[in-house]
Design a protein around this ligand. Sequence first.
Ligand SMILES: [Zn+2]
Length: 260
Amino acid sequence: MVVTRFAPSPTGYLHLGHVVNAIYVWGHARALGGRVVLRVEDHDRIRSRPIFEAALLDDLDWLGFVPDAGRHPVRRQSDDPSVYAEALDRLRAAHHVYACDCSRKEIGGGPYPGTCRTRALEESVGRGVRLQMDEQEESGDLLLRDRDGNWTYQFAVTVDDILDNVTLVIRGADLLSSTARQIRLGDMLGRTSPARFLHHPLIVGPTGEKLSKSNRDTGVRELRAAGLAPADVIGRAAAAVGLIPPGKRIEAAEVARLFL
Ligand SMILES: [Zn+2]
């Protein structure tokens, strides 16, 4: 069975960009007879807030997007940090994992040049950890944990997708460049059949800029307060990426028809 996931980060409120992702996630799950898992990606311990999580879940519920395992997240990345430590141990058994506390500035703009490859994991001054990738991997060795001790997005989601049995990852086209690395990481973590990935268009502004959380007219809270109904908000998001004509409304329960 197809299992996909909606996995917001509680670092801000729900906006139309999230709604586009929800349309693709629920639309494909329903069209394929699959399930949607809700996960809260709070690996960024500095920016994540419980108040944002509560607001995200409330807005999602208001829109009518109901996860199949219930309204509560199946996983919050902060719930059980031991799963990432265990995954790191698993990687160490078969691959080269090493300490790296290089700053972005030290690395420069390009791929990581492998400066710290000869360092053992125990030599870490901070808490940064890197995984040696194949030579043909153009982006260089993958950072698993940053020097402040936070698991990276790439590592955490790959571990989570394996734990949650996610078979279809649906996400924005802005993440396309990291997909090959994520599939390779899943493979190195012992995943036997790789997840499939689907990348969808993002809402862009008039000059092609990516939608940001600060755009006042795109916050679901603001649109609710302005009197819009769920079908208006979902319709606005769907139209913004060309799924339906502008001005049309669509309910959460109907989004599968966009993909049939
Ligand atoms: Zn380094």
